[in-house]
Design a protein around this ligand. Structure first.
Ligand SMILES: O=C(O)CCC(=O)C(=O)O
Length: 389
């Protein structure tokens, strides 16, 4: 799967964990000094309190605590684990580990990607527009490790009923509107699976690929990603980021890593340590990545992003979307409809919660109730219409 072979003299799992311990402790101290975590605080207008929004724009990320209640976290875990267990037993297989037909063989987009245990599938490769230029350490996994492990799962709104409902979460959508404007649009979703002692790394990168040379470039032009955390995240298994880097433009990551003696532990970074049900918001221009999970704890992060409409409309496909694609009004509207169906799925399940009013679909709610027809029209294979930039 890698275009580069793993580094010679790769550390053992224990050596890797021990080697990062001091760096992790420093990162925890740095993170604690930044005032950018707490509950979702909304103002009388139903949008993020200006202080919270200012902290997000200042540092480029925010950790919202206790957003998803325990019952909903449990439903999300059940759906995510079910999806994980129904993965092909190995890449290309038709059956899962229990011999059942693997999920997604009839999907227009493959719902799973795999990595070598503790591997780095993207670092130093040209994959995903070459945005991960340096390779992370690839420790040696235990002798009982499988050849390949699930790394990412796609299509949570189609395969996870609780995933579609969380897509319509009014607090999260209020955050999206506060950051990207009332006519915000979706990006994509991907579930990062970092199994204990097996999960692969995500090499240092910035997400955005389209607007770096745009004369109207600014710190919000490539949108942001949420991560809904289903389990406790720790410095050893979590996402790391470098505060403030969303303001810097395109960073020469290869040079940065070379200047760090080719070591993956880049200076000045912080871990996004969370409890289950916390939700992080990370600006897609931030320098971020995660290490091979040599720890004892798994992480499963539901990752889904949102953009300003103006950042996407008329742009060409990038990342996992073909460059021949153009994000015209029809495409943007079709992909955005998933949000409105998610809002309806949520109101059916949580009738006492005030639903989010998604401005582009005001007056179109009845055509986007969750039913068999909308499932076929809007939800099935919706992620062939992602709006990646
Ligand atoms: O969660 C991770 O380990 C990586 C997430 C990431 O790279 C992203 O959201 O762009």
């Amino acid at each position: 799967m890698n275009e580069l072979s793993p580094l010679a003299n790769a550390p053992s799992r224990a050596e890797h964990a021990a080697g990062l311990a001091e760096y992790q402790a420093d990162g925890v101290r740095r993170a604690a000094a930044i005032d950018n975590r707490g509950p979702v605080r909304l103002g009388p207008d139903g949008r993020l309190h200006p202080e919270v929004l200012a902290a997000y724009w200042e540092h480029g990320y925010y950790i919202f605590e206790d957003v998803i209640g325990p019952d909903e976290v449990e439903a999300l875990r059940t759906d995510a684990i079910n999806m994980l267990e129904r993965a092909p037993v190995r890449p290309g297989a038709d059956v899962d580990a229990k011999g059942r037909p693997a999920l997604g063989r009839d999907h227009a987009r493959e719902p799973y990607t795999f990595t070598k245990p503790l591997g780095d599938p993207w670092g130093g490769t040209t994959k995903l527009n070459g945005r991960h230029p340096s390779q992370m350490a690839q420790p040696v996994a235990g002798s009982d490790a499988p050849e390949e492990v699930v790394f990412l799962m796609y299509g949570m709104c189609q395969e996870m009923p609780a995933g579609l409902r969380v897509y319509g979460n009014p607090k999260l959508l209020a955050i999206a509107a506060s950051i990207n404007g009332e006519d915000f649009v979706p990006y994509n979703d991907a579930i990062f699976v970092k199994q204990a002692g097996l999960g692969g790394s995500v090499a240092w990168h910035q997400d955005g690929v389209t607007h770096w040379n745009n004369p109207n470039w600014d710190m919000g032009i490539h949108g942001f990603n949420f991560q809904v955390q289903l389990y406790e995240t720790t410095p050893a298994n979590c996402l790391w980021t470098k505060p403030g880097t969303h303001k810097e433009g395109r960073i020469d990551i290869k040079k940065l890593v070379a200047e760090n003696g080719d070591a993956e532990a880049l200076p000045g970074t912080v871990p996004l340590v969370c409890q289950p049900g916390d939700v992080t918001v990370v600006n897609r221009q931030m320098l971020h990545g995660s290490f091979a999970n040599t720890s004892e704890l798994q992480r499963i992060s539901l990752t889904f992003g949102f953009h300003r409409r103006a950042s996407v409309l008329g742009q060409k496909g990038a990342l996992s979307m073909g460059a021949e694609t153009v994000y015209d009004k029809k495409r943007v509207s079709e992909r955005s409809a998933v949000i409105q169906v998610g809002i309806d799925a949520r109101s059916k399940h949580f009738p006492d919660e005030a639903p989010f009013q998604y401005q582009p679909f005001v007056g179109l709610e009845d055509e986007h109730r969750l039913n068999d027809e909308t499932f076929e029209r809007v939800i099935r294979d919706y992620n062939t219409k992602d709006l990646a930039i």
